[in-house]
Design a protein around this ligand. Structure first.
Ligand SMILES: [Zn+2]
Length: 330
């Protein structure tokens, strides 16, 4: 296992471990530079890596039932808002993708699948389970990864990695698998946190979207574009606001600085979906702080997005048509 250069105050490196190669650019990670309590930056591509890399037991614990309980994650209108935003993504994807199957990797609550199916799209959701126990009421969801799928004769019309790629131990391999499966002009849709955002810099280790240990790689727009193009994809759109979460992450960071306020992410979740218990008074104070700071968070999120340093990255990439080899002869 490679070691990481340490600052004089850092602990001994013997217990600090991670993958031998950067999960994004796949060059050696041994001289990565520490950037946070649990992150290093690859010198080659600038992508940050969760370090130490979590083991299976830590990940199992981190994805325990509180993360997505059966009754829904959010209290009040949270889950409904979630469904609504997925609907707007479905409208756009249905418009830009060629006809055919859409595969949603990490389909979760199934809101995107449902919104696409309502438009007559054939859909397939991929969702990993720890026990292979897929919901029997969802024949459109499989416990599988992209690499397990056989390519349909005409390819897949679109593949969605919506706030998923940062969870994958081998994100680059997932891109290759998407390229393998996609039809000519098929669309790869990606949304993920932007480690190069203003928020990431402003809130440091407390930024919500590091979400460690669940997030393993922390991309920035240049590295994402470079990697996709290196795999033969054409990046059509790279933006920020459509990827969502920008305003909420800003608000979470701001509320975190209010004395006495609790964790906003926990405060909006149902009681059984919280990481830590939150008393009613403290929850009310947290909600009040959030309501007062919401306009500030919204303005800040818009400003950083306009500057190209939004909290999330949104990418539409296409797989160029495979041309018959005779066409390459001039
Ligand atoms: Zn790298």
């Amino acid at each position: 296992m490679p070691s990481v250069p340490t600052t004089p105050s850092a602990p001994a490196v013997a217990t600090v471990t991670g993958p031998d190669a950067c999960p994004w650019c796949e060059r050696p990670a041994r001289d990565a530079v520490r950037t946070g309590v649990r992150r290093v930056r690859c010198r080659a591509c600038g992508v940050q890596i969760t370090w130490p890399w979590p083991d299976a037991a830590e990940l199992d614990d981190a994805y325990a039932t509180w993360y997505r309980p059966e009754g829904g994650r959010f209290s009040g209108p949270g889950d409904a808002i979630f469904a609504l935003t997925r609907g707007s993504i479905a409208v756009r994807l249905h418009r830009i993708a060629p006809p055919g199957l859409v595969v949603d990797v990490g389909s979760g609550d199934g809101h995107l699948l449902a919104a696409l199916a309502r438009r007559g799209r054939p859909v397939l959701g991929l969702e990993r389970t720890t026990d292979g126990d897929v919901d029997p009421t969802r024949p459109d969801v499989m416990d599988a990864a992209l690499e397990d799928l056989e390519r349909p004769q005409d390819g897949v019309a679109a593949i969605v990695l919506w706030h998923v790629i940062e969870h994958l131990p081998e994100p680059r391999e997932a891109i290759r698998q998407a390229v393998r499966l996609l039809a000519d002009d098929g669309v790869l849709l990606i949304a993920c946190p932007n480690a190069g955002s203003r928020q990431a810099a402003a809130f440091g280790d407390r930024w919500l979207a590091w979400d460690q240990p669940r997030h393993l790689v922390h991309l920035h727009p240049v590295a994402l574009r470079t990697g996709l193009e290196a795999e033969g994809l054409r990046v059509r759109t790279l933006g920020h606001l459509r990827a969502g979460q920008s305003v909420f992450c800003a608000l979470h960071g701001l509320v975190g600085r209010v004395p006495g306020a609790g964790d906003l992410y926990d405060a909006i979740r149902r009681a059984d979906a919280r990481q830590r218990p939150l008393g009613p008074l403290r929850r009310a104070w947290t909600a009040l702080a959030a309501a007062l700071l919401l306009p500030v968070a919204a303005v800040a999120a818009l400003a950083e997005a306009r500057e190209g340093r939004g909290a999330s990255i949104y990418v539409e990439a296409t797989r160029p048509a495979r041309r018959p080899t005779t066409e390459t002869i001039r």
